[in-house]
Design a binder for this molecule. Structure first.
Ligand code: AMP
Ligand code: TRP
Length: 331
């Protein structure tokens, strides 16, 4: 059976980008067709400035939202990365497989290191080694597929390189995984800045739709989205990135095609109203289910405890095999 692994970082509140680029597919497709594991990758959240109490809150909230979005713990494994030691155990072996140069080339590292320098924070060493930990997340489970948004393509490529290199040097140990991306909405852009990805922690938040925003907040953010000075609705990411982004969001919500939808709306105002309605309806059940689940923290604890137990059992034999293959004595 196909094995799938993916994860989400609890560095901020989850966004519409996370949902359309990744989580919705995990719920609607991946958990039904494969042996799938979904992870709140909390160790990754330590690679940039963080507050311990906030991280704890965000980790629980992210896990609750995964269930609220429809991941079913009877069908798939939902767990928290730091509760399974195999990830960090394997990451070290992969640090001994990766090179300094290939990590410094990672686009996300360059961007985030630059942002950390600008804000006067030091660049944590873990920011550089982060993609190696991500590779360990994936390779420990022998995942065949990694469903992610576009921004993670380079990291999954590195994971493939490390798997191939390790296998060549030390004998076949790891499955070489591949990234899968959604047909539309692989990169949702910030509504105020349609040339930047909608990320959890853009300074103002005015261009970010969070999954837990109430309908009024969603409407306000969508109606204020930056478009351009033209008036006709066309789908062209180069010329009208703001409008193209709205069309992609609408297409992702309604199952339509951005190009065709462009022909349906006469004005930017009409398009924005349609997008606002679609997003409000998309998020309504998630918000409602989140409120129910948040009222019963014991249930989440139990799901995560079982999830970590199963994940650890799956990962251990492969990580042990990697330890043996690389020349370490068995314990
Ligand atoms: P992160 O929030 O960086 O942990 O991302 C979790 C998942 O959501 C990854 O698969 C990302 O590729 C995806 N993702 C994050 N932001 C966006 C976005 N703006 N558009 C599409 N996918 C996204
Ligand atoms: N780096 C990913 C992100 O920022 C999160 C992540 C960590 C991940 N480990 C993973 C995604 C393993 C897929 C598989 O979105």
């Amino acid at each position: 059976m196909t094995r799938i692994f993916s994860g989400v970082k609890p560095t901020g509140h989850l966004t519409l980008g996370n949902y359309l680029g990744a989580i919705r597919r995990w719920v609607e497709v991946d958990q039904h067709r494969a042996d799938a594991l979904f992870c709140v990758v909390d160790l990754h959240a330590l690679t940039v400035e963080h507050d311990p109490a906030r991280l704890r809150r965000l980790s629980r909230q992210a896990a609750t939202l995964l269930l609220a979005a429809g991941l079913d713990p009877e069908r798939c494994t939902v767990f928290v990365q730091s509760q399974v030691d195999e990830h960090t155990r394997l990451a070290y072996l992969l640090e001994c497989t990766a090179s300094d140069g290939e990590l410094r080339r990672m686009i996300q590292y360059k961007e985030k290191a630059e942002a950390a320098r600008r804000s006067g924070d030091g660049v944590r060493l873990s920011l550089l080694t982060y993609p190696v930990l991500m590779a360990a997340d994936i390779l420990a489970y022998g995942a065949d597929e990694v469903p992610v948004g576009d921004d993670q393509a380079q990291h999954v490529e590195l994971t493939r390189d490390l798997a191939v290199r390790f296998n060549q040097r030390y004998g076949h140990t790891f499955t070489v995984p591949k990234a899968t991306h959604p047909r539309v909405a692989a990169r949702i852009m910030d509504l105020q800045d349609p040339l930047s990805k909608m990320g959890k922690s853009h300074e103002s938040g005015a261009g970010i739709v969070y999954l837990l925003d109430d309908p009024d907040q969603v409407r306000r953010k969508v109606m204020r989205a930056v478009t351009d000075s033209g008036t006709s609705v066309v789908y062209d990411r180069e010329v009208s990135p703001g409008v193209a982004n709205l069309l992609e969001i609408l297409a992702a919500c309604s199952g339509g095609d951005p190009e065709e939808l462009a022909g349906v709306y006469e004005s930017y105002g009409a398009l924005k109203r349609a997008v606002a309605d679609a997003v409000v309806e998309l998020l309504r059940p998630v918000r409602e289910r989140h409120a129910e689940l948040a009222a019963d923290p014991g249930y989440l604890d139990e799901v995560l405890r079982k999830g970590a137990g199963r994940a650890g059992e799956l990962a251990r034999p492969r990580v042990d095999a990697a330890y043996a293959a690389i020349g370490l004595l068995p314990g």
